[in-house]
Design a protein around this ligand. Structure first.
Ligand SMILES: NC(=O)C1=CN([C@@H]2O[C@H](COP(=O)(O)OP(=O)(O)OC[C@H]3O[C@@H](n4cnc5c(N)ncnc54)[C@H](OP(=O)(O)O)[C@@H]3O)[C@@H](O)[C@H]2O)C=CC1
Ligand SMILES: CC(=O)N[C@@H](CCC(=O)OP(=O)(O)O)C(=O)O
Length: 305
């Protein structure tokens, strides 16, 4: 038996990498529409009607429109956009979030994938809030660097034509679209200061969470809480203390659905950083979509990843 899957926006950056991960699979039949009609509501509704699961790889407004097109149809949805991430009617698509979330994804009709920066941020913050090592109202800051594919076709074009700088910081008004989901799913009551940036490399990202240490919140305590949370997980690994060495490279996990989390710092000065490394198009988008699809279909979540 094969499952019928429709990737709405399959020619885009995220959609293309999902298609690459699915097209060789015997258990999946991809539903495709004539590229000329890719924005045609009728053609898309016909595709949704034939699908067991549809994956939305669209700008936010088009994702909202897709949900309207699916009204009355028996199709389950995974949305890679920002449109539904803090919507309580949708299950947040980070299976490793807590002990219940994988089962919720398995049963869900509507799954909203985290953003790429959010995946790294929430992966570090949520377990530490749950362990009482970060207070929900603590003044946190998050610094990050992403490859330019994170900005989709438009930013890719800027880099390919050589217009874009080697590195730039942005999100300076503190209104980045990932902040609401980081607050909600991180278990925070106070908005963190978020400082994203883009470098001249296609894929990969490093997300840093600087933290002050004290006697209770020591480097081993942070490490052990994260290691306990992710024990047994296939795609999220907490590195041993000292393992990353002096340099952490954002591109280290490119082409995979992995995320590595490491804790480093200096107990004497009370300064530490936790760092999450992932591929923005792997665990940050396309890989995560396939992992969630596998979970929703009741399959081994590592198939094709
Ligand atoms: N890139 C990344 O690292 C990540 C992206 N995301 C999210 O995934 C979604 C897709 O992003 P990304 O792949 O980067 O974006 P792209 O711009 O690369 O691709 C978007 C695709 O959607 C198509 N599209 C636009 N409007 C419609 C419509 N009304 N109906 C059907 N198709 C439409 C576009 O077609 P055309 O080009 O012809 O207009 C394009 O193929 C976004 O919401 C993004 O925020 C999430 C996590 C990470
Ligand atoms: C480098 C870059 O531009 N990144 C994008 C986020 C990419 C992403 O995760 O998009 P979604 O929120 O739709 O999931 C940005 O900062 O807006």
């Amino acid at each position: 038996m094969a499952y019928h899957i429709f990737i709405d926006g399959e020619a885009g950056t995220t959609g293309l990498q999902i298609r690459e991960r699915l097209e060789a699979r015997e258990d999946i039949r991809l539903i495709q529409i004539d590229p000329e009609r890719r924005k045609d509501a009728e053609a898309r509704r016909e595709a949704f009607a034939r699908a067991d699961v549809a994956i939305l790889c669209l700008p936010d407004d088009a994702a909202r429109e897709a949900v309207r097109l699916c009204e009355g149809l028996d199709v389950r949805l995974i949305d890679a956009s920002t449109a539904h991430r803090v919507d309580k009617a949708w299950v947040f698509g980070f299976p490793e979030l807590n002990k219940d979330n994988r089962a919720r994804i398995a049963e869900a009709g509507f799954v909203s994938n985290p953003g790429c920066y959010s995946t790294g941020s929430i992966a570090m913050i949520a377990p530490l809030v749950a362990a009482g090592l970060i207070a929900p109202d603590e003044a946190l800051s998050i610094n990050a660097v992403s490859g330019f594919t994170g900005g989709g076709k438009n930013l890719i074009a800027e880099y390919e034509t050589g217009e874009a700088p080697a590195h730039f910081v942005y999100g300076l008004n503190q209104n980045h679209k990932h902040i609401p989901e980081i607050v909600q799913q991180g278990g925070l009551t106070v908005q963190p200061i978020f400082a994203p940036s883009v470098g001249n490399f296609a894929q990969g990202m490093a997300v840093q969470l600087p933290l002050r240490l004290d006697r209770r919140r020591s480097i081993p305590a942070l490490h052990d809480a994260l290691a306990a949370h992710y024990a047994g997980e296939h795609f999220v690994h907490v590195l041993d203390l000292g393992e990353p060495g002096a340099r952490i490279v954002p591109t280290a996990l490119n082409g995979t659905n992995m995320m590595h989390i490491s804790v480093q710092g200096d107990q004497d000065t009370g300064c530490a950083t936790i760092v999450a490394v992932l591929d923005n198009l792997g665990k940050g988008a396309s890989g995560a979509s396939v992992q969630n699809l596998n979970i929703m279909l009741g399959l081994d979540e590592t198939i094709g990843l």
